[in-house]
Write a protein that binds this ligand. Sequence first.
Ligand SMILES: [Fe+2]
Ligand SMILES: [Fe+2]
Length: 357
Amino acid sequence: MQSQSERAFLYSRLCEMEQDIAASTDTDQLLGRITACAREITNSESASILLLDEEQGDLFFKETLGELGESIKKVRVPLDTASIAGSAFSSRRPAISNKASEDPRHFKGVDQVTAIPTRSVLAVPIIWGERIFGVLEAINKIDGGFSEADQEVLTVLANHAAVVLYNVGLIEQLQNFFVHTIEILIAALESVEPGSQGHVIRVSRMTSRLARELGILGKDYEVLYYAAYFHDIGKLMLGTSVVARNDKRHPQFGSDMLERIKVLEKTAPLVRHHHERWDGSGFPDHLVGASTPLATRILALAEDYDESWMDRPTEQDLPDFLVDFLGRSHGRHDPDLLKLLGRVVSQDAGFELEDQT
Ligand SMILES: [Fe+2]
Ligand SMILES: [Fe+2]
């Protein structure tokens, strides 16, 4: 039986650890912290998170801390009553065994790999609503056997693990949705504009290439990358064919579409201005020079470069095309960016570009 002061200490330590856990956003780090916390608070030799392998129908060690070592990660733990963790999983209830060697559920595969005899095990299921992800387990309590208080603490931590794992699933689903929706939108866009196949991908690649050369990183890079992907998305509002290609309303339409999507709202101004030109001859706002942000100037140049290539009636070799493009673009694009474009295109294709100054 625990004294009140022991209980108070345990819960204050648990609260401290919860704050520590909450300070991380990385999934593996979070699960690692939960495992460390489980080991410390239950005063055990080791603690592990085992997750369900749906294909194989058993549990594998996702995280483990303490005496067991890395070799444990090769071990697969059976479900049902063939292991203590498995029985906690299958019954969806905590399982305690303070005399593991005499417990028929004890799975000896772990002891064989680690060469550490298992004396005691406490396993609690990691559950979120209807879903069960796996088991949080503490092994070999240092001072005596596992108690109900240990079980309570481990259940709180297993609930944290469940939230983390549930969120990972949601994020994966959202990423999957996002990536495939982009593919569908781009395919739709290219189908309404004959001859534009590959334009979006090429513009994205060139935009990324220029951005990296200029040291644009992190969130700014991400915004620019997605703006390149969606730069012509407004054309979907214009229906089909040739008219759409030259319709000057598409940057505004695209920007209006994107600013309603929270994760893409920062791309909206870039999309709005992807046809602006350094000399003010662009549209829709006739921005001049550096009044257009650098990211937008990069996108505008990458887009114009690819658009010019697409418009060529016959294929010419790249050096001639590049020299011609740079000459025609003089004044229409940021001169420093034009030089950079000339350098990266010639470098990547392996030819010398005459000095354009
Ligand atoms: Fe475009
Ligand atoms: Fe455009």
